[in-house]
Design a protein around this ligand. Structure first.
Ligand code: PSV
Ligand code: MN
Length: 427
């Protein structure tokens, strides 16, 4: 299924009266506060959020999975789905591939298709957390940290292969997430596991093309429950600092223990120029992989507040940060969920752009705690949806992507095209 320009235009025409009223209202208000609305909208127009290839089908838990129907069965169909999202929001012009779930069998055809849909390839992801059918050694007891050199070599070679696929696709980064760790006290020598991991990462790092980055994720638990080799941002930071300039930390919002101050982690990584990117999602308890902004929108805003405060820093360019979603959809239509996530991220960004930085600085210096809170919450409580919609309309997208998605009965069409039995690769 493709969404035509006529369909977008006719949707926007129907929405235009209500949209103009809402937009004029907020534009007038912001104008009075001396905010440059044009530059704000331009920043929103330029902002892109990458869609993960593994989040286009229904996810599952270890208790089962409920099929959604019309799921993309091939990488080509996954690109089509990202194309649909991008046509509706013009903010999702990139896909992040997970190898070996999404190995392109025909590289030329896949690149051509991506070009047609105006989609680029963001970071490629390696997978040493699952055993594959044709794999010689098992990752049951770890990969890059394994006690057995043969297994470490196999895992390093896999990561190098992922880089090679990425080069052919035009990617510029590899994201490494390790499930390595231990389930019981005494099982693993922490120091040796760390050293072996560092040595393996060094070998992968040496294979990076000169204009590439290596992004290293961290996660406190799961699938190992006693210890993880890279459990937190500090350990990731230690590794990326040892590796070199091309290595940076990736912050997956779900990879923190409850109540961790993620915005403070973001601030510290920005200070050290080591913030490589994000995996956006939301959670109540752990790595719940829920729709971004659905549970803790204020936290998302506070994260963007740190990012915007640093937006003009030459050593950590905002445009170089990898903005990616990492989510799983158990009860929602994945495409609806992704549209909602992207919009929540745009809303958080727009609100952060509204923060009166001068007044905030003044409040901080004067230790005026109440005023500092007022400044933050004034921005957070502003309904910026008309600004986000305006930026979409100007870039040729839909005023209300989710509304259009439903009006066009996209899922029904996908089921008609692909059937009810297809299953996308991923977890
Ligand atoms: C692990 O929980 C993770 O966040 C990593 O990014 C993986 O690549 C992805 O999820 C797999 O679903
Ligand atoms: Mn992740």
């Amino acid at each position: 299924m493709k969404i035509s320009e006529e369909q977008l235009k006719s949707h926007n025409k129907k929405e235009s009266e209500v949209h103009s009223r809402h937009f004029d209202e907020i534009a007038g208000r912001l104008d009075k506060n001396n905010l440059n609305i044009e530059s704000l909208i331009q920043q929103l127009e330029q902002f892109q959020v990458t869609i993960p290839s593994w989040a286009l089908g229904a996810g599952g838990t270890r208790f089962g999975r409920f099929s959604i129907g019309g799921e993309p069965a091939t990488l080509g169909e996954k690109l089509d789905d990202v194309g649909l999202i991008h046509a509706m929001n013009r903010t999702s012009g990139a896909i992040s591939l997970h190898i070996p779930w999404d190995i392109p069998d025909d590289m030329v055809a896949i690149r051509e298709k991506a070009d047609e849909l105006d989609i680029t390839f963001d970071a490629v992801n390696s997978n040493t957390f699952q055993d594959q059918k044709d794999q010689e050694y098992s990752y049951k007891y770890g990969s890059l940290c394994h006690t057995d050199k043969k297994i470490r070599v196999q895992a390093v070679e896999h990561n190098v292969q992922v880089i090679r696929y990425g080069e052919q696709l035009g990617s510029k980064a590899i994201t490494v997430w390790l499930a390595d760790g231990s389930n019981f006290p005494g099982q693993q020598n922490f120091r040796k596991a760390f050293e072996r991991t560092r040595d393996s990462l060094e070998k992968i790092y040496l294979e990076l093309p000169s204009d590439w980055k290596m992004l290293i994720e961290y996660k406190p638990y799961e699938p190992n429950f006693y210890s993880m080799v890279i459990p937190d941002w500090g350990t990731s930071f230690l590794l990326v600092s040892k590796l070199g300039d091309k290595a940076e930390t990736l912050v997956d919002l779900g990879h923190h223990l409850p109540n961790t101050n993620i915005e403070q982690i973001v601030a510290t990584l920005l200070l050290e120029h080591k913030l490589g990117g994000f995996h956006f999602n939301d959670s109540k308890y752990g790595d719940d992989d829920l729709t971004t902004g659905s549970v803790k929108p204020y936290q998302l805003f506070l994260i963007f507040n740190e990012l915007v405060e640093n937006i003009d820093h030459p050593d950590q360019p905002f445009s170089q940060i990898a903005w990616m979603i990492d989510a799983s959809h158990n009860v929602k239509d994945p495409l609806e969920d992704l549209l909602q996530s992207v919009e929540a991220i745009q809303i958080a960004f727009a609100r952060a752009l509204l923060v009166d930085r001068e007044q905030l600085e003044h409040a901080r210096n004067a230790n005026d705690v109440s005023l500092a809170q007022e400044v933050m919450q004034d921005a957070f409580r502003t309904d910026v949806r008309p600004l986000v919609a305006e930026s979409r309309i100007r870039s040729g997208a839909a005023a209300h992507p989710l509304k259009l998605y439903r009006q066009l009965e996209v899922r029904k069409n996908l089921i008609k095209e692909r059937g009810t039995e297809t299953q996308a690769t991923g977890l």
